[in-house]
Write a protein that binds this ligand. Sequence first.
Ligand SMILES: [Zn+2]
Length: 440
Amino acid sequence: MRSAVFIALMMTVGQAMAWSNHAMLLWPVVRESSTLMEERLVAEPLEAFVRAESDAIADILEEVEQWSVEHIEAYPITPAELRFKPAQEESSLGDFLAAIRVNPDLEYGLFRQGTIDDTESDEGTMGWRQVSFLGVQNSTRDLVYYPLKPGDVTNPAHVLITANDEPDHGMDVGLYADNGTPFGEVYGFGLQPFGNPNLDYSSQAPFHMGFYHLDWLTKRVESDLLRTLPAWRIRLYESLAGLAFRTGHQYWGWRFMGWALHYIGDLTQPYHADPLPGVSLMSSIWLVVQGKTADAIQLVSNRHGVLESYQFERTQKAQAAKDWRGPLLSALHFNEDACLHSGTDIIALTGGSEALGRHLDHTLAQHAPPRFVDDASFEWTGSGYEAEVDRLIGIFGGEQALVSLDEELLTHLRRFSFFTSGWVNQALAFESGAAGGCPK
Ligand SMILES: [Zn+2]
């Protein structure tokens, strides 16, 4: 059990992107599956799905609402005026987006994210600016998206990897009452509980981090840390996926499962399951007594950022070299026997992530240059060192530092692919009509 006493108010948990570029991380897991690469999904606009199934959507959203009230601590109920109302003339896409309380400024259009294996020309492709209103970062600068038209045929692998990154396009940005957006004022999420206000995507943090194992003191003193929502998002999108599969909208079945998968990937990372990994209850009380809590939070935030930059650089370079059989990319393999359900499975997986936090935090502190991981006056995000992180760690700690960090990274990538595979198997079970999803 870890503690985070008195930290929410000054929390600078900034790197709420979790793994950088979820699509790139998922691609090695799915690319060799003939089942997932089979061209069998017909691209359909979201609005067409909403119009065709409005009655059933209203029912399923009501079910999710009831489940969330019963199972999610501090769940902010959906305001009555936002509830999806079926069969009223034409239910619009806007009503649906408001009912599921996502950012309505995104188009939720039809496209797929490019991979290293694409051989098609770049003509007519889009970049990050065409799919997101968020600023370009080191990990998004070179992304390529292929537009799809309604009726185009695609496969589950491409739909999954694309959808898996979409929640980082801004779906959960600006949803709180104090975020200065018209929808934030009516969505019923209240004031933003934590997040670094200097980052344009910080308001998504409470949707992408799940602090489901806080100790009793933190729960009492910092109850805002209980207001994390990924378990709700996962259940919501899983339920919509189930409906889409049952009613013959296979493309949306896979895309909704991909949206849910994003949050599962986030929660496999210790920094997304524990506000202060490696800090015990007594230590955090001592930090408070010494007035050093803000420093501790900044260090954790920087280590979190260094981990993501390192993960991105290592996995991107391995993919660029097509080193599919090397240790990093073979850690990202598909596990046929895994199975993951929403609800208690998700809470359990965050417990496992939390347990690995102390070791991860220690490894980063030991092997990365002190300026990056041990200097509370330094801010990693936007420092300009992101793209060079592996080279600089090599200069500082030599080959041994890279070996140790790679070993640490492998532990987390293996967990990522295990739980990801479990969710993909759940999607395959839904697609085949198996009641109850994949077998445990
Ligand atoms: Zn995320």
